[in-house]
Ligand binder design. Structure first.
Ligand code: PHB
Length: 415
């Protein structure tokens, strides 16, 4: 794990392994829903907070490992929106603190602790991995610190562990899986298998896939897994032809997705068993996947060529800043900054006004490159899930797999 130094005056994050992960003393925020301490105790424990002082935003994201590129794109687009606002939110300058979580769930509690206790973050933004995000959700629930999730789809964050202080600008794992299953059934497929890493994101996207297939009268017959972030796919690939299915659905992302799509083609399966999946399978990876990705259909809340004016402007600005094409991760990072801006502007930078801050974020309409969206009651985007096909290095939108899809939000009770 490496430390990071921002290029533009932002602070350096720490290494991921550190002190006792259970030590959260010294940071006490105002209570929410009876989960944390009361207003007076929180106010006393906080550093003297001059509201004119910079707003400290802690970015906890992967900058190493298989999801490194995802973290980079989220960060670049988040900072791009801050720059569009002159580096200020609610009249306050913003200091961004970056910490590499390396997609390591074991190190996550310690990393969150660092951002809150050492770096004195006022707001948390993170992360990519569904296991790692749970430490951020726990901190937000216990301490009332605002958390914006710019990727990780763990359904618990929108269901039984939803919270007044937790907001997502990405998706719940169930959403793209459901869209893909529904679209596949509509194409006439009756039996499919799901292949993925064995952790929350793969499992929950598979559940969405199963539900979508079922809604269209089709069946998920089996789920095949390997541990995250392993990439020895050969034992799984060898089993696929014998399963009696007409299609293979998959969740992999980042470096793992590049490898899986290449190995699938190299195993001679591409023309025998159509490969599809949640859109992460071909997102930000097409250049590296090359011809192996050609024709793969996926479902996601974004597509490169989405004919929306905001998308064209966003993609041009991102390319100019980053020197590479935007992808869904960039979109989610950009929208996290937009959502934070909606809240902080509404309270004119007064982060103690958390009821008003959260109300403004809850009610925001985000002018996203994916198309404008609002949040569901459990603070997750209500959004179209597009059907895309990989063609000539682009994820071309070929239809809408599920319109204005909300996560069911089962078990979410917000105070
Ligand atoms: C997740 O762990 O929730 C996750 C990671 C990478 C993705 C999508 C979801 O591309």
């Amino acid at each position: 794990m490496r430390d990071r130094v921002g290029q533009d005056g932002t602070e350096q994050g720490g290494t991921a392994r550190c002190s006792n992960p259970h030590d959260r003393t010294g940071v006490t925020r105002r209570g929410l829903g009876g989960l944390a301490l009361g207003a007076a105790a929180g106010a006393l424990a906080r550093p003297a907070l001059a509201q004119g002082a910079p707003l400290r935003v802690g970015l906890m994201l992967p900058y190493s490992g298989t999801f490194a590129q995802l973290g980079e794109n989220i960060t670049t687009a988040f900072e791009m929106h801050l720059a569009e606002r002159g580096g200020k939110l609610g009249g306050r300058a913003v200091t961004v603190i970056k910490l590499d979580d390396a997609s390591d769930p074991a190190a996550a509690p310690g990393n969150v602790n660092r951002l809150l206790n050492r770096d004195k973050a006022d707001v948390l933004v993170g992360t990519v991995h569904s296991g790692v995000v749970m430490a951020l959700v726990q901190a937000a629930r216990e301490k009332g610190v605002p958390l914006l999730i710019p990727n990780a789809g763990n359904v618990a964050a929108s269901r039984d562990l939803c919270s007044a202080s937790v907001f997502r600008t990405s998706f719940s794992n169930w959403q793209p899986g459901f869209g893909m299953g529904k679209a596949l059934a509509a194409m006439g497929v009756k039996k499919a298998v799901w292949v993925t890493w064995d952790y929350a994101a793969g499992k929950e996207q598979g559940e969405g896939f199963r539900d979508g297939l079922k809604a269209g009268g089709a069946e998920l017959v089996q789920v095949l897994t390997l541990p995250f972030p392993e990439t020895n796919f050969q034992p799984i690939l060898a089993q696929l032809p014998g399963l009696g299915v007409e299609a293979v659905g998959a969740f992999f992302a980042g470096g793992g997705a590049v490898q899986f799509v290449r190995d699938y083609a190299a195993a001679g399966l591409r023309d025998k068993l159509p490969l599809c999946g949640s859109g992460f399978l071909t997102e930000g990876t097409l250049a590296a996947q090359g011809a192996a990705a050609e024709g793969i259909r996926t479902a996601l809340h974004y597509g490169d060529g989405l004919d929306i004016p905001k998308n064209a402007v966003f993609r041009a600005a991102f390319k100019a800043k980053a020197g590479r094409e935007a992808d869904v991760y960039a979109v989610q990072g950009y929208d996290a900054a937009q959502l934070l801006a909606a809240g902080v502007d509404a309270v004119k930078g007064d982060m103690d006004a958390d009821a008003a801050l959260f109300a403004a974020m809850r009610g925001a309409r985000i002018d996203s490159p994916r198309g404008a969206f609002t949040l569901s009651a459990s603070h997750n985007p209500v959004q179209n899930i597009y059907l895309r096909e990989a063609r000539g290095g682009e994820n071309k939108v070929i239809g809408v797999a599920a319109e204005a899809l909300a996560d069911p939000g089962t078990g979410c009770k917000l105070a």
